[in-house]
Design a protein around this ligand. Structure first.
Ligand code: ADP
Length: 512
């Protein structure tokens, strides 16, 4: 095992667009980081694939880069944690290590018709009862089924292994075939009560149990870096630092890692990550929550020898992406960064509401045929009003999900504060408006990279680098707190109008 005196922990943050490696010190502060994008492969409309080998190579390259930038070697790492884009599915040959096909990405819709068929057989409620999830192409089960059916020749006579990207990377790094419950709970094959793969679902989707990884906790040593795993990439850094083996020791799906990195360890705590879309997760503690309309039930994290913590999750499809659309689709801004000043250049939206249902509406509506709707325009409407309405919409959509989670307004006392992260929280106007529209403080942490940090925390806990959750909780520091200043009357009036605007977006079409 690595020297107990190693002073840093590393995390691979394998996302949809690219792969990052970050190194953190004992105070949870980043000391090194490197990032590489990978190719997005679109073989047909609605299909999205990644090359799993490219992702693996990138993971090695960014590890080497981040460590050498920080002047460190592998031996300086007490452990490495992994966090990943969830649901994305890889099948590979366990003997050669070669993927049998490109990875099918979570966004890929090729199995939508298969999901409709399962729903038409009336199976959705029993599947939701087992997994906490609706039947949707988003999750891994139908992607595995598709790969097994369409790659019959490649599969025949081979020891095929399945993994999400966490499992793929852990296997490449250590030779162990392992996942954790946060990733398993996104496959549509994992039973949230038994905390095991569900035989009935394996039968339904034609998935043999032997291709599935073992499910271990989110924070334990899965194996050590194989000396031959890393090829030339790590030769440079292997020599540096202390000698010894590096444990791979933490595994969390990206949204759960962000909750962990925000120290959301207590039931009731909630975080929202504002990226292309937004993901709200609320820790609901050790008892599985009853299903709530419009939300997913999932696992927040699983620590060894402890009951798992469950979470409710709400995914909003388009938030930061609406800002991108203002830039690339409408051309009324040049960069996301200028939206803050533009929004503040007007006192309000002048009655304009924008419902950015550019890809339907996700949580809590799940209305695939809703479309983007701009209402309340007058001759006095300017680009600044539309920009402001777009930022406000990000905050209103968050309130929609928060209310679905709490069963009522946050200001009624169900939520003391909201922790926020992701690329769009640089926008102070957005954070302030979010606090106003929720009626509770919004807390922005000092370390923005909460996803990588969460994976590092899990790995560090596994090897005793941090003693326990309290140790980590103490490391969380706000960079800025946004307190609500809007009157309750204004908040309610604005939000009621937003809800009317949503009805316009929902009412536009009932089908394509
Ligand atoms: P992802 O992980 O989904 O790629 P990021 O967390 O990197 O996303 O956030 C990028 C998103 O944040 C983009 O959609 C961009 O439009 C939005 N964004 C970035 N800066 C700002 C800003 N200052 N104001 C509003 N939105 C922003």
């Amino acid at each position: 095992m690595t020297s107990a005196s190693a002073s840093f922990v590393g995390a691979i943050d394998q996302g949809t667009t690219g792969t990052r490696f970050m190194v953190f010190d004992r105070a949870g502060q980043p000391v090194g980081s490197a990032y590489r994008e990978h190719r997005q492969i679109y073989p047909q409309p609605g299909w999205v694939e990644h090359d799993a080998e490219e992702i693996w190579r990138n993971a090695l390259v960014v590890m080497a880069e981040a460590l050498s930038c920080a002047g460190l070697g592998l031996g300086d790492l007490a452990a490495i944690g992994i966090t990943n884009q969830r649901e994305t599915t890889v099948l590979w040959d366990g003997a050669t290590g070669q993927p049998i096909h490109n990875a099918i990405v979570w966004q890929d819709r090729r199995t939508a018709a298969r999901c409709d068929e399962v729903k038409a057989r009336g199976l959705e409620e029993s599947i939701r009862g087992k997994t906490g999830l609706p039947v949707d192409a988003y999750f891994s089960a139908t992607k595995i089924e598709w790969l097994l059916q369409h790659c019959r020749d490649a599969v025949k006579g081979r020891r095929i292994l399945f993994g999400n990207i966490d499992t793929w990377l852990i296997w490449k790094l250590t030779g162990q075939h392992i996942t954790d419950p946060t990733n398993a709970s996104r496959t549509l094959l994992f039973n949230l009560d038994t905390l095991d793969w569900d035989d009935g679902l394996l039968r339904l989707f034609g998935v043999p149990r032997e291709i599935l990884p073992r499910v271990r906790s989110s924070a334990e040593v899965y194996g050590t870096l194989r000396p031959d795993a890393c090829g030339d990439h790590l030769d440079r850094i292997k020599a540096a630092g202390r000698s010894g083996e590096t444990p791979v020791a933490g595994d969390l799906g990206d949204q759960q890692a962000a909750l962990f990195g925000q120290a959301g360890f207590t039931a009731g705590e909630m975080k929202n990550t504002y990226g292309t879309g937004s993901f709200l997760l609320r820790n609901v503690g050790a008892v599985r929550p009853p299903p709530r309309a419009g939300l997913l039930s999932t696992i927040a994290y699983a620590l060894p020898e402890q009951p798992v913590s469950y979470a409710l999750e709400g995914s909003i499809f388009i938030t930061g992406a609406a800002i991108q659309w203002l830039r690339d689709g409408l051309g009324i801004i040049r960069s996301a960064a200028e939206t803050e000043a533009m929004a503040l250049s007007v006192p309000d939206t002048g009655g304009v509401y924008f419902v950015p249902a550019l890809a339907g509406l996700g949580a809590p509506y799940w209305a695939p045929y809703a479309r983007g709707t701009l209402v309340g325009l007058t001759r006095g409407t300017t680009a600044a009003h539309i920009v402001r309405a777009t930022l406000e919409a990000i905050a209103y959509q968050t309130r929609d999900v928060v209310e679905a989670m709490l069963g009522g307004p946050a200001a009624a006392g169900g939520l003391p504060s909201l922790r926020v992260d992701g690329g769009a929280v640089k926008n102070n106007f957005l954070c302030q408006f979010q606090a106003d529209v929720l009626g509770v403080p919004v807390l922005r942490p000092r370390v923005e990279e909460t996803t990588a940090l969460g994976a590092a925390y899990a790995a560090g806990l596994a090897v005793g680098f941090w003693a326990g959750l309290d140790d980590i909780r103490r490391l969380w520091q706000p960079e800025r707190t946004f307190g609500p200043v809007m009157s309750a009357e204004s908040r309610d009036r604005l939000y009621a109008r937003w809800q009317e605007a949503v009805q316009c977006a929902l009412g536009w079409r009932a089908e394509v």
